[in-house]
Design a binder for this molecule. Sequence first.
Ligand SMILES: Cc1ncc(COP(=O)(O)O)c(C=O)c1O
Length: 426
Amino acid sequence: MHTPEGEAYRLDEADPGHRHLFHVPPADGGSHPESAYLAGNSLGLQPRATRAELLADLDAWQRLGVEGHLEAERAWLPYHELLTAPAARLVGARPAETVVMNSLTVNLHLMMVSFYRPAGARTRIVIEDAAFPSDSYAVRSQARFHGLDPDDTVVRLRPRPGEDALRTEDVTGYLAAEGDRVALVLLGGVNYLTGELLDIPAITAAGRAAGAVVGWDLAHAVGNVPLALHDWDVDFAAWCSYKYLNSGPGALAGVFVHERHLGDPDLPRFEGWWSTAAATRFEMTPVSRPPATVEAWQISNPPIFAMGPVRTSLELFDAVGMPALRARSLRLTGWLEQLLDEVTADRPLRVVTPRDPARRGCQLSVRIGAGSAAELTKRLRHEHGVIADAREPDVVRFAPVPLYSTYHDCWRAAAALAATVGQVSS
Ligand SMILES: Cc1ncc(COP(=O)(O)O)c(C=O)c1O
């Protein structure tokens, strides 16, 4: 690699980010004390603030027992409301449209209970062929739940031959041609494998114009790219909080339902005692009276200790702001791309993420020409202290996260790749 290490240090001095707010795992190999952590697309790092905040919530339980529901400093009954406004800001929603609850696939199912309403010839669900497997399983099981054959019902859109990512027109073209048979479009905003950012507003508009409902899995988009779900007229969206939102493994997830669906008495929905309006929750009447907000989709009382880390993380996003993060993300990922260009030029490696920064978030995915991705990431970690993540058989993902990753992390990743993967002799 030609780019000298000193150049990375110089860039870090000029554009330092917020690494000091996070715990960075120690390196398990190589010559640096800290890992070059580029796996935030899989699991984000722990904010330093999280532990104390979590302990404060545990203290309240210790001191107050059941009275903590009302008397804790952050009373448990309305605790989830503390997360609503910052989550709404992050996804470009109104507070009434957003709630933090459950986990991602569970929420996708709850959304589909309401919004996947196959009728007549309009039964299809459109996903990407490279959808995250959980989404694929979820939509197939929804088809079956409605008595439909998943093989006929689920349409998997593939990139054109020889291309790695879907073009917007591949999706909008399908919707223009076949849209009258489509009940639901459910795509990943940023694809987990390729890192491609789809044109959410254009595809949403095309899907809705075709008469379909349009939902988004934003697991890899939230906290990664700016979102404006309300203005984009998205019907619903769901996301997890353990990737770019740094809220810990299996963290509570988020849901968006557009205002136009709120309070609709005709929407089917699974309900529990948390679906009824807060003021009526303890009346314990046989019939619920759901509020005209997305809280009507809540079912159970929420896990307080799981909400603390999400609250702490959302505060960080509020403090730094998505515009500043996106700007740094473009700089960092552009730098990693430049380094990977040097490394991949004469090696059996190919970046499959779109080159246009407007069509991606921070993740760059590298397809390897030979060997196993998992073996390669093992070597990167144990020989160089670089943590990337493998999607077998042949994709290694590198995500410089603008909150805590550095230019030097990117340099180490590229240098490690260069040292690990042999050059092709010309
Ligand atoms: C795009 C996408 N969808 C769904 C999931 C599944 O998430 P969960 O296990 O939280 O339901 C993941 C997990 O990584 C994901 O990346």
